[in-house]
Design a protein around this ligand. Structure first.
Ligand SMILES: Cc1cc2nc3c(=O)[nH]c(=O)nc-3n(C[C@H](O)[C@H](O)[C@H](O)COP(=O)(O)OP(=O)(O)OC[C@H]3O[C@@H](n4cnc5c(N)ncnc54)[C@H](O)[C@@H]3O)c2cc1C
Length: 473
């Protein structure tokens, strides 16, 4: 029997879980190579100590690239819900798979590899009354609260878990992870090309380059005439408040999800990536863009503050559908104003139309956990509509979390989730145009998060397994 060769691009959540599913399928004649442009986990160094957090996400650490992908040095909040992180229910249903079961399998695999054995479940019995009260408060001000079961890996643990997954895959299956190897292009015949004109042929390809590789992937699709679609942009700010303000809601749900429709523009605004007792961190992209994100070191958290992303979802229509470029231009403008650092402003100043100054931030009751940000005026960089959405959204949220709308609340910008272009695929995420070419994860516009990316990797793996089995029978 000839050996079937599978090439995977990207060793993030999508690539690793796809490889695990392919390995588990037990097709004896399969060889899997995962090409990863970043290093293996043991060579990814991003020493996340509290005092070093300000630089924890800078380029030299290559935070988004390497085995484990972008999730490797993240807080590692696993959202165990098919409605979070992409249309996972629909994607699985289309492939005749059970989303709940797959998410459970992914979660179990994380636990087998060392994830803390603690679930945060808002629906558990002891929280029933508190949850009911929270829902009542939300309903009374038109906020939708989305209960989600979550597991928190914690930034300090996530790399160890990835190390264990890497070891498991390489020692149990015919899987080779090839680090520091950038795939420069791929073609219709199943070839992957590398720097220096080297190429290798595969029977099946799975391309999962994450957000780091999303622009590259969109360009490759253009070259191969594979259709892609723009996804909505998620842009907003990171909000930082004293942890005590968030204590009650975070007790019910570790990463509480509140969905709000703003009054003036009817825009959809949501809380995302809540880091209770966590830290705001800088995220540096190429093109001199400095954004912000949030981190949580351990399940318990150590910081006196909590932070969350407050994101507006914006879809654009013809003639300017390019949400990627629109988001990039706002982020770039914000970075320029901050001297290539994120902007920080108190909510009071943003509301009053004042620029925040260093002296004011120094005596602000809430002290920033990210020191490397420039006090400024976010309204100089963000469109009026988004500033209005942020101010109105926080006013509404304050009715459920009293204190978030205080003048002393800190606002950082830009916080944006680059939206990848979604690739036109069949229900098993195989290109409709080129056979045996599969796509998965955030970079292909199919997911937004560790669990979502893993689910799409597994769907693609099922597509490949089905094809192999059909060909063998
Ligand atoms: C700071 C931060 C915090 C986050 N926190 C959370 C969280 O708490 N919970 C959550 O669910 N999600 C979180 N996320 C998002 C999560 O990490 C991603 O959704 C997830 O990692 C996407 O998985 P992926 O496999 O699609 O892509 P990635 O994890 O990005 O992996 C893609 C990999 O492909 C490699 N690659 C790209 N192009 C090429 C190429 N041409 N050749 C070879 N290799 C290539 C990249 O180096 C990368 O390692 C966070 C992200 C960041 C940046």
């Amino acid at each position: 029997m000839t050996t079937i060769k599978i090439g995977i691009v990207g060793a993030g959540s999508a690539g690793l879980f796809a490889a695990n599913e392919l390995g588990k399928a037990g097709v004896e004649t399969v060889d899997i190579s995962i090409f990863e442009q970043g290093p293996k986990i043991e060579n990814r160094h991003c020493p996340i100590k509290e005092e070093e957090l300000a630089c924890a996400l800078c380029d030299p650490c290559r935070i988004m690239s390497g085995v484990g992908g972008a999730g490797c040095f993240s807080s590692g909040i696993l959202n165990l819900n098919k409605n979070i992180g992409g249309n996972l229910g629909e994607l699985c249903e289309n492939a005749n798979l059970n989303a709940d079961k797959i998410i459970q399998q992914i979660d179990e695999f994380f636990v087998q590899n060392g994830a803390p054995n603690k679930i945060f479940d808002p629906l558990e019995k002891e929280k029933k009354e508190k949850l009911k009260e929270l829902r009542r408060r939300c309903a009374s001000v038109d906020i939708r609260f989305v209960p989600v079961k979550q597991r928190l890996l914690g930034s300090q643990k996530t790399a160890d878990i990835i190390r264990s997954i890497q070891k498991f895959l390489e020692s149990n299956y015919s899987i080779e992870i090839i680090p520091n190897t950038k795939v420069t292009t791929f073609d219709e015949q199943g070839n992957l090309y590398f720097d220096g004109e080297k190429k290798e042929n595969f029977d099946y390809l799975l391309i999962a380059p994450g957000r780091w590789g999303m622009i590259w992937l969109a360009e490759q699709c253009d070259k191969l005439d594979i259709k892609t679609f723009y996804e909505p942009l998620d842009i907003g700010v990171r909000v930082e408040v004293p942890a005590i303000i968030m204590e009650q809601v975070c007790h019910i749900q570790r990463d509480p999800k509140f969905h709000i429709i703003t009054h003036t523009y009817d825009d959809f605004v949501r809380t995302f990536c809540v880091n209770h007792k966590g830290y705001v961190v800088k995220e540096t992209y190429s093109e001199k863009i400095a954004g912000v994100n949030g981190h949580q070191l351990t399940t318990e958290g150590k910081s006196e503050n909590s932070n969350f992303a407050f994101l507006i979802r914006q879809q654009l229509t013809s003639p300017l559908e390019d949400t990627t470029e629109y988001g990039r231009s706002i982020a770039k403008q914000t970075s320029i104003l901050g001297g290539y650092k994120p902007l920080i402003q108190t909510l009071g100043d943003l509301r009053r139309g004042h620029r925040s100054r260093k002296s004011l931030i120094e005596r602000n009751p809430v002290q920033p956990t990210l020191k490397d940000a420039t006090p400024g005026d976010i309204a100089m960089a963000y469109p009026y509509r988004f500033v209005k959405d942020i101010i109105e959204g926080l006013e509404i949220l304050d009715k459920v979390i009293p204190g978030v709308n205080n003048n002393s609340t800190l606002i950082y910008a830009p916080e944006f989730k680059r939206s990848a272009k979604r690739i036109d695929t069949n229900s098993f995420l195989e290109s409709k145009k080129i056979k045996n070419l599969f796509f998965a994860g955030d970079g292909a516009g199919m997911s937004r998060g560790i669990i979502g990316a893993a689910v799409t990797g597994i769907i693609a793996a099922h597509g490949i397994i089905n094809k192999i089995k059909n060909e063998q029978s």
